[in-house]
Design a protein around this ligand. Sequence first.
Ligand code: CP
Ligand code: NVA
Length: 317
Amino acid sequence: MSTSIRHYLQFKDLGAEEYAHLFERAAFIKRKFKAVEKYQPFADPDRTLAMIFEKASTRTRVSFEAGMYQMGGSVVHLTTGDSQLGRAEPIEDSARVISRMVDLVMIRTFEQAKIERFAAHSRVPVINGLTNEFHPCQILADLFTLVEYRPAPSGKPLDAIRGKVVAWVGDGNNMANTWLQAAELLGFTVHVSTPGGYEVDPVLAGISNRGCYKVFKDPREACRGADLVTTDVWTSMGFEAENEVRRQAFAQWCVDEAMMQLAKPDALFMHCLPAHRGEEVAAEVIDGPQSVVWDEAENRMHAQKALMEYLLLGRVA
Ligand code: CP
Ligand code: NVA
């Protein structure tokens, strides 16, 4: 295995300056897309992305697949059910084989340990398309969206992020963990409010500086003064058996208009989607003027194109 391979398994796998580069490249790639101008850095030679889904997906699949084709590459799509992964072929063997045939692998699976094992035996870069613990591609897109909507006077992407307050209302899940990693790395604060028993765990989240987040019992207090309010489903994929228990535990953790009123007047609302109106978010918030969820979803593709470009080609001017 080559030691020069860069994987993207957690948000902290890249440094702050690399994120600044990715946000600039994502903006360039998005401008090209909007102008209907081709940008195909992978066309010569062809590059192939293997996508492995062990959980359902709409945005992650479409954004990676469309993005790769738009950049001139190709895609192979595998699921647990239609590959030998579902018949207990060891993940290490799958990694050895798949990574001999493609240039890049994206995996959506359950335990983070599984993607780490795949990456350890892969000859090519591996991207985390969501695990139980992390969802780094989503936060990459969310921060790119924040930079687009609230650019810094300096024009520098990281200046638009540094010092901001992000309110996280809901489950201490893969999204919450990734927000904490981003806050530690890029210098902003997350106000976290979860029901008892669903708190974030800084060790699991992989952060060492607990100053990057503050815990609030009352979700309204978490939203007070926030630049961005964000939430996610009460029950993540893989936890469906807890659905009813969670529905009761999370009843007070619905982002509603009253919570948005406590945030800054120009606060944005984000949700990684899929959303459940009337559960984690009120319809008037997700469908209201502060919501940027559709741009956030579209930005998955632009941000991930920048990520794939970086992992395959390095810094492109
Ligand atoms: N936000 C997100 O990852 O969506 P999908 O589950 O549809 O891929
Ligand atoms: N936390 C959610 C995110 C879905 C994109 C889940 O893991 O199901």
